[in-house]
Write a protein that binds this ligand. Structure first.
Ligand SMILES: *Cc1c(COP(=O)(O)O)cnc(C)c1O
Length: 367
């Protein structure tokens, strides 16, 4: 059996460090908003190349609370439009609608599945106030172009970095391009906690202060509340775990890159479309997503040979029952992508035999 992602095996590698980190927190007697969180925030901000990282409970909250902060600061208002790619995971869209903002779903670039600058420009209206590029599968959206558009039209940029920890363009990392960025440390992400966790990165002092209050009941000072905030904090135990995992992120990313390179060289079947990588990119390969017009048959072949695959994602947000009012949107490229994509195993702990087995099966497939 080749599992899609063997979390047990991944975390087993750091077993002693992780247990030591958890014991340290247990023994400290301090479990929320303490030293581990502060240290992790400093270390993660340094990793991303930003002034601040603000820990929150999960990646969805990171996105929700950033947009909410901009509303509290008067930079966004109810009904403002936010441009986002239609093929994203639903969380990016939920963050927009949760704030009574309007998601403008645009078709992605057909090669990278990320935002396409031309499509973004075409979608701008007088009500557009923000762009939400989602760096899907581990590759940055074309941020130099997107930032130029944002500057020209005076738009805020919130990066969704849930799948792109450490991805770079010209040496500049995910989370340091936009006005702010949301990260998820869900266990299966490239930097994964042992439970839920998330963070926002930014260089903006005012935004950072607002986020720190909002995540903690809206309180900027003990027992004084500036905002009607929420409880969305990153626990000390998870912060301690993340500090350990962050030290090994570079090594894991390198292994992901090596596996992906083997796939990209080895898979030569013309009926399978390989992921497209832009030249100047450092892709961190959260997922290896191939495309095939008869995806079901390909998935069955792999499954019959004990290779686990997943689909990211089978139903686009606009086709979900949760968004019934978007169900009639005409987004043929997004729908075609959702019908054809398949994510094959990409696990830093995979052995070479498993990689070879998958390449062989894919090359034998008769599409
Ligand atoms: C995982 C993910 C999220 C949400 O993160 P959670 O920590 O699970 O809330 C948001 N956006 C994208 C693109 C994701 O992949």
């Amino acid at each position: 059996m080749v599992p899609f992602l063997d979390l047990q095996k991944i975390n087993q590698q750091y077993q002693s460090e992780l247990k030591e980190a958890c014991s340290r927190v247990i023994d400290s007697g301090w479990y929320i908003m303490g030293n581990e969180l502060t240290q992790f925030e400093t270390e993660f901000a340094a990793y991303c190349g930003t002034k601040y990282a603000i820990g929150v409970a999960n990646g969805l909250d990171a996105l929700i609370l950033t947009l909410r902060s901009w509303k509290e600061l008067g930079k966004l208002n109810t009904g403002d439009e936010v441009i986002v790619q239609a093929n994203t995971y639903i969380a990016s869209v939920l963050a927009i609608t949760e704030n009574d903002l309007v998601p403008v779903l645009v078709e992605p670039n057909p090669g990278s599945y990320n935002l396409d600058p031309e499509t973004v420009v075409a979608a701008i209206t007088p009500k557009t106030k923000a762009i939400l590029p989602v760096h899907l599968y581990g590759q940055l959206s074309p941020m130099p172009e997107i930032m130029a558009i944002a500057n020209a039209h005076n738009l805020l940029v919130l990066e969704d970095c849930a799948q792109a920890h450490g991805a770079e363009i010209n040496g500049k990392r995910a989370g340091s391009w936009g006005d702010a960025a949301g990260f998820s440390f869900y266990p299966g992400k490239n930097l994964g906690a042992l439970g839920d966790a998330g963070a926002i990165t930014t260089n903006d002092d005012e935004l950072a202060q607002t986020l720190k209050a909002l995540r903690n009941y809206g309180s900027h000072k003990k027992y004084e509340n500036l905002y009607q905030g929420v409880n969305s904090r990153l626990d000390e135990i998870q912060a301690a775990v993340l500090r350990v995992k962050l030290r090994f992120l570079e090594t894991e990313t390198l292994r992901r890159q090596i596996i992906s390179q083997k796939y990209r060289v080895g898979i030569t079947n013309p009926s399978i479309i390989l992921p497209h990588v832009a030249n100047e990119q450092t892709h961190v390969w959260h997922l290896f997503v191939i495309r095939c017009s008869n995806r079901e048959a390909l998935q069955k072949l792999l499954n019959d040979h004990d290779v686990q695959t997943l689909i990211h994602y089978p139903i686009p947000p606009h086709k979900q029952k949760a968004y019934i009012s978007f169900n009639d949107y005409y987004l043929p490229l997004t729908e075609k992508i959702h019908n054809e994509i398949l994510s094959i195993p990409l696990d830093p702990t995979m052995d070479d035999d498993s990689i070879e087995k998958i390449i062989k099966l894919l090359n034998e497939y008769q599409g």
